[in-house]
Design a protein around this ligand. Structure first.
Ligand code: FUC
Length: 765
């Protein structure tokens, strides 16, 4: 059993125990049943329906009336009119649908010695068992270089592999054709649904070594083979003019390669990404526990036992999931990554952008998977085109806007008729901060130059849209604090509002990064000045009557003090407007805010819990962050380690993985080692994390103190570090490097591109 693997002693009883594989685009959930194997398939671009212009034609004329109602406190009128005039028509975007299943029947009996493992180091599933006295194995992976899911079946006795397999999709829904080609392949083609839904095609081909292979009706039949390799590929008309032609070409190329060659290609490609980061938490991991199947380890932890190894595994699984669901050229990871078995999945398995999809990408840069971030940027570009139209037609504004959801088409018109979420104009603004984040970690100026217009257009929308309050502040109107409700002093409830704290905090970050980007690129001075002026008028975070960060412009009571969204702490994480250096009093208020949320039942969804981990990490509260990691695993994790909203939703996996890093390393104000180390992780080491400024960072700590670190400079930028005990820095030639004191808390040293630096701390000196 590989050290870093998720494994079971039984086949999956249901989807929540099945194991995911993916190459960014082609995904599968493998159940591993020795007799009735089910490989549930997804292709990331198979969605229901095509693009529709859903912009509400009555928005623009009614917007000033709604805004006036909100200013005058006529909330019911505002909410009633907004529901009619600001909703998209129809009110829902498109949903993601499954591709189908490969169903197998094996004539096996007397099954013993069963195991099923997902090897995270190599990115493939291995199933082993003994049946009818023969040892069987299956290996399954989804290859990024060869664009196929590969299933390899082997046995330790000749001529002992026989099975039937077929391709199916929800009792035939959307399937137009299943045909056999060449006696060893099946083609299933059809349509995702709706008038302009994408066409899809999937091909399953088998190659056997020895024995007989043929198709009968819609079945692929293998008899008495020594070994079998199956290939599955799929395409849709979202990407390809001729999905079937492309599938055939892909299979033709794949079948020219031996199984070993395909497997080596896959492992090389996958592990090149995965192996960049190593993590070891704590030094006294119980070796016996490490050998237990993952579901048993999880059950143990759920009963209250410690298992740092399981936390390491959870972290690496988050990275595995990102590599498997978001690769250059694929769509970004949606609410379920790419893994969905339902025709009408929860929240459409699309892109909720008032926290969820942003959270999916929190581990991308820090955990050294920067290229996995790229699909998100392609989606933003599609959203920009639609969002310009939404900005113009619904708001009469320049720039581009998106609300709290988008879909494969980059639809930007509001989703749902749900007041607490629908009329929130900040989706594009928040997403665009990811462009800046990517730049900060990579220092890729060319990327910044290309992305600048997108950032700028996101900001321009607000130059036109913001309303001035009587106090001279510039605020969004209408908006909401996702997805909370407030109580007015007279006891009435309100949802729509002006300038909720989260909006102000996002605007602060957006304007700041536009200013910084234009300075770096030495362009657009005039726009810089405009943004500077606007920034001054954006409301600052306020402390309310409970000592908390106010969620709204007024210090309203919250209808749900334990609400899962913690929008008003955006400025702590993922933003960095509030830090100990800048505003210690707001840090105290932020702690109070989180305590109140948690005391009232907050963190009850996986992603909410994951956000809390990141927030405690930024607040320097290692023990509290750790407590919430344990709760994430105890309350919001399925046996296959996928996040349980409930139901399955992947954001918590990604947010949880990012939170673990945030506890060990932060870089929003310069590199800070071990900013929130819990007592359970007194010793440990990590290799290959990334920090802003273009640095790759590895370090080791003992008795809760950092003892050594290596910083590799990818971009030759000066490196700022938070002071830690005594520090000395040596370059590659072992010469000591000059350290400049920036202030009482930070030091800085110059770096050369592609050189590494050894940092020595008290213990190691
Ligand atoms: C937001 C959250 C829900 C859920 C959905 C997909 O609306 O409030 O909890 O995660 O997105």
């Amino acid at each position: 059993m590989s050290k870093t693997s998720i494994w079971f002693k039984q086949p999956a009883k249901n989807w929540n125990e099945a194991l995911p594989i993916g190459n960014g685009r082609l995904g599968a959930m493998v159940f591993g049943d020795p007799i009735a194997e089910n490989i549930q398939l997804n292709e990331d671009s198979l969605w229901y329906g095509g693009y529709r212009d859903r912009n509400n034609p009555d928005a623009r004329t009614n917007l000033p009336i709604i805004q006036q109602y909100i200013k005058a406190g006529k909330l019911e009128d505002a909410q009633d009119l907004a529901t009619k005039a600001l909703s998209g028509i129809p009110d829902t975007q498109r949903h993601y649908v499954p591709l189908g299943n490969i169903l197998f029947q094996f004539p096996h009996f007397d099954i013993t010695g069963y195991s099923r493992q997902l090897d995270l180091e190599k990115g493939y599933i291995k199933i082993k068992y003994k049946a009818n006295g023969t040892n069987y194995s299956r290996e399954i992976f989804s290859s990024f270089p060869d664009h196929v899911v590969v299933v390899r079946i082997q046995a330790d006795r000749p001529a002992s592999i026989s099975f039937n397999a077929r391709l199916t999709r929800d009792n035939g829904r959307g399937v137009e054709r299943i045909v056999s080609i060449g006696g060893d392949s099946l083609i299933m083609s059809g349509n995702g649904g709706g008038i302009e839904g994408s066409n899809f095609c999937a091909i399953l081909k088998a190659i056997s070594e020895g024995g007989e292979i043929k198709t009968v009706g819609q079945y692929l039949t293998v008899k008495n083979a020594n070994a079998v390799t199956l290939f599955l590929t799929a395409e849709t008309s979202f990407r390809q003019k001729n999905p079937e032609g492309v599938c055939k070409e892909t299979i033709k190329k794949a079948r020219k390669k031996s199984y070993d060659e395909l497997k080596t290609n896959h492992i090389m490609d996958y592990s090149q990404l995965f192996s960049r980061v190593r993590l070891q938490l704590g030094s006294n991991i119980n070796e016996k526990v490490k050998l237990l199947p993952t579901n048993e380890r999880l059950a143990r932890l759920q009963k209250g036992y410690e298992d740092q190894g399981l936390i390491e595994l959870y972290f690496q699984f988050g990275r595995y999931l990102l590599i498997s669901s978001s690769r250059p050229g694929s769509l970004p990871a949606n609410l379920q990554g790419i893994w969905n078995d339902q025709m009408r999945p929860p929240w459409d398995s699309k892109y909720t952008i008032n926290i969820n999809i942003q959270m999916n990408y929190w581990p991308a840069e820090v955990s050294n998977l920067s290229e996995c971030h790229l699909p998100l940027f392609e989606l933003i570009e599609r959203m920009k085109v639609n969002g310009r139209k939404t900005a113009k037609e619904m708001y009469g504004c320049r720039g581009f806007v998106a609300h709290h959801n988008t879909d494969i088409w980059g639809d930007t018109a509001p989703q749902d008729l749900y007041l607490p979420a629908t009329y929130w104009p900040m989706g594009a603004a928040w997403l665009c901060l990811h462009l800046w984040e990517h730049y900060q970690y990579t220092q890729d100026r060319e990327f910044l130059r290309k992305s600048y217009d997108t950032l700028k257009e996101a900001a321009i929308f607000f130059i036109d849209f913001l309303s001035e309050t009587e106090e001279g502040e510039f605020v969004t109107n209408p908006s909401v604090s996702p997805e909370n409700t407030y109580i007015l002093p007279n006891g009435n409830r309100g949802i729509l509002c002006m300038g909720p704290s989260m909006d102000n905090q996002i605007l602060y970050e957006l304007f700041n990064c536009c200013i910084k980007a234009s300075q770096l690129l030495e362009m657009d001075k005039e726009f810089q000045n405009t943004l500077h002026q606007y920034k001054r008028h954006i409301p600052k975070p306020q402390i309310g009557k409970y000592g908390q960060i106010q969620e709204w412009l007024e210090d309203y009571e919250e209808a749900e003090p334990g609400h899962r969204h913690i929008s008003h702490l955006f400025a702590i994480h993922p933003g960095s407007q509030i830090t100990n250096q800048k505003s210690p009093e707001l840090m105290v208020a932020a702690k109070r805010t989180l305590e109140r949320r948690l005391a009232s039942g907050g963190g009850h969804t996986g992603w909410s819990r994951a956000w809390i981990i990141n927030l405690w990490a930024r607040l320097g509260e290692g023990d509290l962050a750790y407590e919430n990691i344990v709760k994430l695993l105890q309350k919001s994790t399925l046996p296959n380690l996928l996040d349980d909203h409930p139901p399955f939703q992947i954001d918590g996996n990604f947010g949880g993985a990012a939170g673990i890093v945030e506890m060990l390393l932060q870089s929003h104000e310069g590199i800070h080692f071990l900013p929130a180390l819990p007592k359970e992780w007194a010793n440990g080491k990590v290799e290959g994390l990334r920090a802003r400024g273009g640095f790759e960072v590895s370090f080791e700590w003992k008795q809760s103190k950092i003892i050594k670190a290596t910083i590799y400079s990818k971009a030759g930028q000066p490196c700022k570090i938070k002071k830690a005990e005594i520090i000395r820095i040596f370059d590659q030639t072992k010469n000591e490097v000059f350290i400049k004191n920036i202030n009482a808390e930070y030091i800085e040293f110059k770096t050369k591109q592609n050189e590494s630096y050894d940092l020595r701390f008290e213990e190691s000196l």
